[in-house]
Design a protein around this ligand. Structure first.
Ligand SMILES: *[C@@H]1O[C@H](CO)[C@@H](O)[C@H](O)[C@H]1NC(C)=O
Ligand SMILES: *[C@@H]1O[C@H](CO)[C@@H](O)[C@H](O)[C@H]1NC(C)=O
Ligand SMILES: *[C@@H]1O[C@H](CO)[C@@H](O)[C@H](O)[C@H]1NC(C)=O
Ligand SMILES: *[C@@H]1O[C@H](CO)[C@@H](O)[C@H](O)[C@H]1NC(C)=O
Length: 765
């Protein structure tokens, strides 16, 4: 709290005393009912808003929180005052205000406050605001900012002052007679600029002085953020949040995210007004939510789940399983699938074939149809409108949903657009951006890391989301629904479609289409629709697609280091993890030979299939061109891991999953996890059914069973001669580890029926 003086603390106390007088929701309520009184003095608050945008609802909520009654002017009227984000305009605001203000013009004791609303929030109540206004000792105060707008040539006419220098017309407060004089000092056209209108008045030295007109240069009451975002910080005290202008050491009572600073306001609003505090976390996250718990299945909203497979994606099986596992009646789910990848063609076709009766409907766009990602996403929205979906859940193939409650949770959160946070394991990569840079691309917000790491939980307004998000069907049906397509690129598209080969066309389209989700989010922001990300629950994660190889039979098996967590879930035996625990005994079937569970049945099955698809089993000769010396003393029928492109993966497995166990069993030896000989042997009666006694050229050897004794084959096993000890009952995925040379002279016992497969690795030769 260093740096905050007594008067600031006093203001804080005012902030905490929140007077929750009823806020009027109807715009036609009698104006008397919308007047406020502070110590008997009348205070009237006005805003102009034509649409109930998310920003407006946020403004209204802040009014409720601080017990401010507001007269909303122009609601649902047609707006002709121009696009205030980018161009001058706003004269209509003045004209609407004049109409409403007329009845107060002869009340010199009445205080009038005007605020914009789409990008404004109250941080304090009227008691505090009136006190501060009186401290400023003038009749009319406008908010100030660092940028001069719209007529920059007026810069030198401005008085030189400390602090924010230029007038902003989004926030002002004054006595009713002076406000009236300012509004009516001359007529203004609806399309003219209101800021210029007031600026000229202010720059008239005579009027400024005689009227006692001021700018709030230090944001004592009114804070405009444009050009001042570095000056403000959210602070927390006594389980409350407040905005501190650190440059001027003030606690503004109203904040305005004017111009491009709207985004900064959105980020601040994730904390202000006790939305989120350090002590309690997200205090307002449950505001406006509801539950589906008591809703019968047939009454649940209809959800269109739109699936986009835009690149080869590992673990697509799990992706579809996650969709099937969603705890939401399939009869309430329609599916839209865009598959852009030939590689996944069969897969998706099988899925649509197997489940078309289960879901309400399935619309499938196959890879042969050449459309861009943006066009596909746009078709998803159109399909939502065709079937009149209540919600639209977009999911890209890299998004692995881990939470079967996802659809319900997102619906219950009741936001127009909301993304469940998905991250890449162990990275700061996620499906949202905390902030934008000047080119509308990624910038890191101050809170980004703590949100991604779930140190800060809540529902946060953010400028960009992707990969998986739920959109309320309502906004998709609006006349100018937000679009994934950027019209400016039409020319490029025509150019592309003139190219001759399909390949060239495709490449051209891909290069030119930009990022359709960036376009979509830009459209949402321009329409004032807030996007939220929630990390209140763990919802899922994103897989890495960058290095995915698609030239194998079982490509997911090769993802051991690209996507280790997904890989582990599928390919390690669940009881593997117990063996890492010092307290778990590891079985020792023969002296200094240990056996532990390592890979899953699926791994073993896929490995055998992969090898047989490759098919080049060695012929069992001593001559072996695969080896450095070209000679193998104790040959087997085998395939080396490097022949199927799995050597790096296997060595990673040894280093990551075997080394910790080896160190436990043979302490003091630290493996390099290096091996040249990594291979699968097959024994069968009609080929090579056994292997004569030998030593291995290894420090230690791994010997892993890949199929089932007594079912897939009979006989077989490993015999350590020195101890007359036979191991013949290893189950799939069980792995023997034993010293290679000198003590553990061993042989492969006779396989009498079927085919026996084992994976062998000579580690640290
Ligand atoms: C307000 O709503 C109308 C009608 O829905 C729409 O035409 C207009 O573009 C909206 N204005 C803003 C600022 O969103
Ligand atoms: C859900 O959100 C809408 C729009 O913000 C709001 O009007 C409605 O009251 C909310 N529902 C509940 C149950 O709070
Ligand atoms: C698709 O289904 C067919 C027939 O049921 C099956 O043989 C094939 O392996 C499946 N393909 C994939 C990629 O799942
Ligand atoms: C191990 O197997 C060999 C070969 O089948 C057999 O001769 C020997 O008796 C077995 N040893 C034990 C202890 O069973």
């Amino acid at each position: 709290m260093a740096g905050l003086n007594k008067s600031l603390l006093r203001t804080l106390i005012y902030i905490f005393i929140i007077n929750l007088s009823a806020f009027q929701l109807t715009y036609s309520a009698s104006t008397e009912a919308l007047e406020n009184y502070v110590n008997g003095q009348k205070v009237v608050v006005f805003t102009v808003a034509t649409n109930e945008t998310d920003g407006f609802l946020r403004y209204r909520k802040s009014c409720e929180q601080h017990g401010v009654k507001v007269q909303v002017l122009g609601m649902h009227k047609q707006w002709v005052g121009g696009d205030l984000q980018r161009f001058p305009g706003g004269g209509q605001k003045v004209n609407l205000f004049i109409e409403a203000q007329e009845k107060y013009k002869d009340e010199p004791d009445t205080i009038v406050l005007f605020t914009d609303s789409y990008d404004v929030i109250f941080l304090g109540g009227l008691k505090e605001i009136v006190r501060k206004f009186k401290d400023l000792n003038c009749n009319l105060v406008f908010g100030a900012e660092n940028y001069i707008w719209p007529d920059t040539s007026l810069r030198h006419s401005y008085p030189k002052v400390e602090g924010y220098r230029f007038l902003n017309s989004g926030l002002y407060i004054g006595y009713a007679d002076y406000v009236w004089k300012a509004l009516t000092h001359k007529p203004i056209a609806n399309t003219a600029d209101d800021q210029l209108f007031f600026t000229k008045l202010y720059l008239d030295d005579e009027i400024r002085k005689s009227w006692k007109m001021k700018l709030d240069n230090e944001a004592y009451v009114l804070q405009n953020l444009n050009g001042a975002t570095q000056d403000v910080k959210v602070k927390f005290l006594n389980d409350a949040s407040f905005l501190h202008n650190i440059k001027h050491n003030t606690l503004p009572s109203i904040v305005h995210g004017n111009g491009p600073s709207t985004l900064s306001l959105n980020l601040l609003a994730n904390y202000l007004n006790n939305y989120w505090t350090e002590e309690s976390g997200c205090k307002e996250c449950d505001d406006g939510t509801f539950t589906l718990d008591n809703v019968e299945d047939e009454d649940l909203p209809k959800v269109l789940v739109a699936i986009f497979i835009e690149q080869p994606t590992p673990f697509l099986n799990q992706f579809f399983e996650n969709i099937l596992n969603l705890d939401y009646p399939k009869s309430k789910i329609d599916l839209f699938i865009h598959n852009n990848e030939i590689h996944h063609f069969r897969h998706v076709l099988n899925f649509t074939r197997d489940y078309k009766e289960v879901f309400r409907s399935i619309e499938y766009i196959v890879p042969a149809i050449e459309i861009t990602e943006g066009e596909a996403r746009q078709k998803g929205i159109e399909y939502c409108n065709v079937i009149l979906c209540d919600y639209y859940l977009s999911i890209d193939s890299p998004s692995q949903i881990e939470n079967s409650h996802l659809i319900r949770s997102l619906i219950e959160q009741n936001r127009t657009v909301i993304a469940p946070m998905h991250i890449k394991y162990g990275r700061l990569w996620s499906n949202f951006w905390g902030a934008l840079n000047d080119d509308n691309y990624y910038a890191r917000s101050q809170d980004y890391v703590s949100i991604v790491r779930r140190q800060r939980l809540g529902v946060f307004n953010v400028p960009y989301i992707s990969s998986v998000y739920l959109i309320h069907g309502r906004i998709l049906r609006e006349p100018h629904m937000p679009s994934f397509l950027d019209g400016d690129r039409d020319a490029d598209m025509n150019f592309c479609s003139d190219l001759r080969s399909r390949r060239e066309r495709r490449k051209c389209l891909l290069n030119n289409q930009g990022d359709s989700e960036v376009d979509f989010c830009t459209n949402l922001r321009n329409r004032g629709i807030f996007m939220y990300v929630t990390n209140r629950e763990i919802f899922g994660h994103l897989v890495n697609t960058e290095y995915f190889e698609t030239n194998h039979l079982h490509n997911d098996m090769y993802e051991i280091y690209n996507n280790p967590k997904d890989w582990e879930r599928l390919y390690l035996r669940p009881d593997y993890w117990d063996t890492l625990n010092e307290k778990t005994d590891i079985e020792s079937p023969c002296p200094d030979v240990y056996r532990f569970p390592l890979v899953s049945d699926l791994y073993a099955k896929q490995m055998i299939e992969e090898l047989n698809a490759f098919g080049e089993w060695s012929n069992g000769d001593n001559k072996d061109p695969r080896l450095n010396g070209g000679y193998e003393n104790v040959p087997t029928r085998d395939i080396h891991m490097n022949q199927i492109g799995f050597e790096k993966q296997w060595l990673y497995l040894v280093k990551t999953y075997v080394a910790p166990i080896q160190e436990r069993l043979y302490p003091g030896y630290y493996t390099k996890a290096f091996a040249i000989m990594n291979f699968v042997v097959r024994y069968k009666p009609e080929e090579q059914p056994f292997l004569r006694p030998h030593h291995d050229s290894s420090t230690f050897t791994l010997n892993m069973a890949l199929n089932r004794h007594g079912i897939d084959y009979e006989g077989g096993g490993c015999r350590f001669l020195r101890y007359n000890c036979n191991i013949t009952d290893s189950t799939v995925g069980q792995t023997l580890i034993h010293p290679g040379r000198l003590t553990h002279y061993h042989e492969g016992l006779l396989t009498t029926k079927g085919t026996r497969y084992i994976m062998v690795s000579f580690v640290d030769p």
